[in-house]
Design a binder for this molecule. Structure first.
Ligand SMILES: [Zn+2]
Ligand SMILES: [Zn+2]
Length: 235
């Protein structure tokens, strides 16, 4: 199941050249996983056992509500709540609370079935990126042609490369190319924000905004790995 849902061809992720490719990958994984969990997985008792154990984070509950029916979400919740009720949160406690049960609650709160699927898919994608970067010069050109890599995925790529398959002779190139995609873009963002600010100076009257008009939204996307939705944008 995991392989089908969470394996996405590398070109689907890198060919659009629009924003951070790893953010796109995460979005695709989240979409596939939430559609699956509220759809086909309803017929798979093994999956329900796992979702009952792990639960979901707020972000992914929100996505499940958007893509699944009210009934499918209620059925997932019914068995999850039942597990919590019978195993972790009793109606009455005599004496002290059971430490094991409290620890179990803490672990449910930290876990999310969809987050785990996404993590698995991302780790798999990192490995594919590293091996393609080393062996496939066409992919390397495509990698370097990305618009940017966001802050979070820059840190991920820079730390994972060494353990996950970039041989030491290719590491300096990989680090340098990846830094260009994050640091080079950061420089552009900073200049655009500075230009944006300067346009509020009376001496800039009549000057061109250049690319600075959406510099705030682009900066937030780089910093948080999340696009600002159209209805959240200032007028
Ligand atoms: Zn990203
Ligand atoms: Zn989650």
């Amino acid at each position: 199941m995991r392989e089908d849902i969470c394996t996405i061809p590398i070109n689907d992720v890198f060919l659009p050249r629009d924003g951070c490719p790893l953010c796109r990958m995460r979005d695709m994984l989240e979409e596939r996983s939430t559609v699956y969990i509220t759809g086909a997985a309803m017929m798979e008792p093994d999956v329900r056992i796992k979702t009952n154990e792990k639960g979901f984070c707020h972000r992914h509950f929100g996505m499940m509500l958007k893509c699944g029916t009210r009934l499918s979400n209620a059925l997932i919740l019914e068995s999850h709540l039942d597990k919590l009720k019978t195993e972790m949160i009793p109606k009455t406690v005599k004496g002290k609370p059971d430490k094991k049960k409290i620890a179990a609650i803490r672990s449910v709160q930290k876990s999310c079935f969809v987050c785990e699927q996404v993590e698995w898919g991302m780790a798999h994608m990192y490995q594919t990126i590293f091996s393609s970067y080393v062996t496939d010069s066409e992919f390397r050109a495509l990698y370097n042609d990305q618009q940017f890599i966001c802050m979070e995925h820059y840190a991920d790529l820079m730390t994972a490369a060494v353990n996950k398959g970039v041989p030491s002779k290719s590491l300096p190139d990989f680090y340098s190319d990846t830094s260009k995609l994050a640091g080079g873009y950061l420089e552009v963002l900073k200049d655009d924000i500075t230009h944006f600010c300067s346009m509020f100076d009376y001496r800039s009257k009549g000057q061109d905004w250049g690319n600075s008009k959406d510099a705030i939204e682009r900066s937030i996307e780089f910093l948080t790995s999340e696009r600002i939705a159209k209805d959240e944008q200032q007028g």
